[in-house]
Design a binder for this molecule. Structure first.
Ligand SMILES: *Cc1c(COP(=O)(O)O)cnc(C)c1O
Length: 226
């Protein structure tokens, strides 16, 4: 009989994460293929990313436009099938760069950015799928649209014909994430949005149980950030 923990320990970090997604999806009666693993490569150099590409990982995430511009053009030229997601706060004056560089943006959180993204998409002709980031714990310092402001922001996005596919959150640190994931899933349901970007290295299995379609995993794949 094989010990499941020992089996995980013998795998590469990527294979172990994939296995944990598969086990959790099976328990939740979900298809593992309905969960997109985004490898968050922020702060890590190309040399750390290449082994994951070699293992077949094709979806990556960065949190800063500048860092992505420096790191990804060469990697993407070599591997045109890679999808790059932006998971960090976005300044309106970087909207054009972001729309050109990224295949998905997880951080739409305010009307001024909505306007800038709409203009950038019109100009470039690229329609980049968007998540609205929700400040799910109503934390004063945190990015994201307040829960109370979500209906208005989604209404504006609809008027502007922006391709909003779902909601994203980063729950408050240090407390159980499950209630916040459940709330994000409910808000997405209420608004008829199919995608939920939630769950990171420490809590992605909880997020998969609660309906995550996109999980954002950094340190569990790459090791701690320096
Ligand atoms: C860094 C980051 C992650 C990944 O966090 P880990 O705990 O390293 O897995 C996920 N989402 C966002 C928005 C991030 O900035």
């Amino acid at each position: 009989m094989t010990d499941p923990e020992a089996a995980l320990a013998a795998m590469t970090p990527l294979a172990a994460i994939r296995e944990r997604i598969a086990r959790t999806a099976a328990i939740a009666r979900r298809k593992a293929g309905d969960v997109t693993l985004i490898a968050i490569s922020k702060t890590h150099p190309a040399e750390a990313i290449l082994p994951l590409i070699a293992e077949g990982q094709r979806v990556f995430g960065e949190n800063r436009v500048q860092e992505a511009e420096a790191k990804w053009p060469a990697l993407q030229e070599a591997h045109p099938d890679i999808a790059l997601h932006l998971v960090g706060q976005l300044q309106s004056n970087k909207a054009e760069e972001a729309v050109r560089r990224f295949d998905c943006i997880h951080s739409l959180d305010r009307p001024s950015l909505l306007t800038a993204l709409a203009r950038a998409m019109d100009k470039s002709g690229r329609r980049v799928p968007l998540f609205v980031q929700v400040n799910i714990g109503d934390e004063p310092q945190k990015g994201g649209c307040a829960v109370a402001d979500l209906p208005a922001l989604l209404g504006e996005a609809r008027m502007a014909e922006l391709p909003v596919i779902g909601l994203m959150c980063v729950p408050p640190a240090g407390i159980e994430a499950a209630p916040f994931f459940a709330l994000l899933a409910k808000l997405a349901d209420d608004h008829g949005l199919p995608a939920r970007s939630m769950g990171m290295s420490d809590d992605f299995e909880t997020a998969v149980m609660l309906g995550a379609t996109h999980i954002r995993v950094g340190s569990a794949l790459f090791g701690a950030r320096g």
